[in-house]
Design a protein around this ligand. Sequence first.
Ligand SMILES: Cc1cc2nc3c(=O)[nH]c(=O)nc-3n(C[C@H](O)[C@H](O)[C@H](O)COP(=O)(O)OP(=O)(O)OC[C@H]3O[C@@H](n4cnc5c(N)ncnc54)[C@H](O)[C@@H]3O)c2cc1C
Ligand code: FES
Ligand code: FES
Length: 477
Amino acid sequence: MVSDTIQFILNNKIIKIKNPNPNKTILNYIRNNLKMMGTKEGCAEGGCGACTIVLGELNKNKIVYKAINACISFLPILNGKQLILVEDLNNGNKLHPVQEAMIKYHGSQCGFCTPGFTMSLFSMHKNNRSINNEVVDEALSGNLCRCTGYRPIIDAAKSLNNKNDQDQFKQKQNKTIKLLKRIKSIDIEINNSGKKFFAPKTITNLKKILNKYPDAKILSGGTDLSLEVTKFRKEIKTIISLNSVEKLNFIKKNKNLLEIGATTSLLEFQNFIKNYFLDFHDILKRYGSLQIRNVGTIAGNIATASPIGDTLPLLLTLDAKIVVQGKNQKKIFSLSEFFISYRKTKLKKGEFIYSIKIPINKDNIFKAYKISKRFDDDISSVCGSFSFLIKKNKITKAAIAYGGMSAIPKRASAIEKKLVNSEFTENSFSNAVDLINKDFSPLDDMRASSEYRLAVAKNLLLKAFYEIKNKQTIRIN
Ligand SMILES: Cc1cc2nc3c(=O)[nH]c(=O)nc-3n(C[C@H](O)[C@H](O)[C@H](O)COP(=O)(O)OP(=O)(O)OC[C@H]3O[C@@H](n4cnc5c(N)ncnc54)[C@H](O)[C@@H]3O)c2cc1C
Ligand code: FES
Ligand code: FES
């Protein structure tokens, strides 16, 4: 079945929009069509959290609440979901516990950021009973406040620890689940004055649509693609969303291999990878914000081939393979051959990334570090990733890769060559790091100078050495 009408739930009612403009953001719809002005626009690029809304999604008969940035989300992605706005939190005259907490702890001054913070706190409260510093830091990682100062807001967040979540959303949960089930499973095909949006449910239909529209833009989390519209003021004529294709949302594991489906969110992956590669998890904790990781994907990160894509150096050192669904069959690339040049990959028109395969070798020692000006929601100046096999104090394998050092994330082949078959000693590493100038000639830009990047890249490798040698990891939290 195909429909040209998106359906979602707002205030316990199903809202239907026939052929919505696929380039319109949810923020634009909320403010200009619904005339609900609580949700604010600050940056229009996912960086300030003023536009935070919460989506309720059905997962195994339960509703999962996700905070997202409405300013960089296209309207059709609401299909099949519950939209919760800051105006929906009070229950008649009674404020929601998160609103009460913000008032009690003086979490607002000018108020511009307050609806966004309140929505982030709302999703934190709905998803967590026990609220500790880590939960609060993650929940607020995508919200900026220029005047209150964060302490009162953090106090408000912490006061929600163990607080009962018997609110109107809980009371009406069964009704909401019924409504979500009613609207969930239809392929969407929108045509709005020539602007098209497709959200097929199966890979077969996805392939057919891609065949017909090879120039279409593929949409995953939209945390990169949407900026073409919101920042660069372009129009995207045809969008094909992968998000309804259930078969692309998976994580498989066996003894030697992990396989991550293309639409797995960065947050799901972050929680999963903790048990395999702790440093990968720690880098993901600092990837954008919770709002970004709730929707963004690794496949999207790979497809952008961005020189500062944070997962890319890590995947390079882990020898990840990219499974691409071609027109007829699947193809497998190693990540190091997948990037051609600045923001160019081997993906051809009509193809898409199906999954990412990450080998596991329990003897591998893996380290990764992100250097940026802020802890959360900031782009790397340099990201370094290191993977070693060491036998009887001899380095038998060295995989070293950096982001932020060249037009594409790249392995440091001269350093690797120098280290392999060397003793695992300070001397070997001190000698090898100087080859960084052979492997990379980074650019100066507003984030960091070339000289700084080279110095940091060397020091990160030495840091990895000392941490491995001393069996000690210095974590910044
Ligand atoms: C506020 C903010 C903070 C950010 N912080 C970081 C950060 O800390 N580190 C970092 O690395 N990046 C960061 N980014 C960049 C962005 O989040 C990443 O590039 C993200 O991984 C893109 O994934 P997505 O699923 O949102 O992709 P989308 O935006 O949906 O797509 C990005 C591109 O990839 C293509 N694409 C997507 N999925 C596929 C697929 N399966 N097959 C083929 N092509 C595909 C799309 O057509 C598009 O060209 C940030 C972005 C924002 C807005
Ligand atoms: S307006 Fe700043 S994140 Fe959306
Ligand atoms: S209260 Fe003014 S920006 Fe936060």
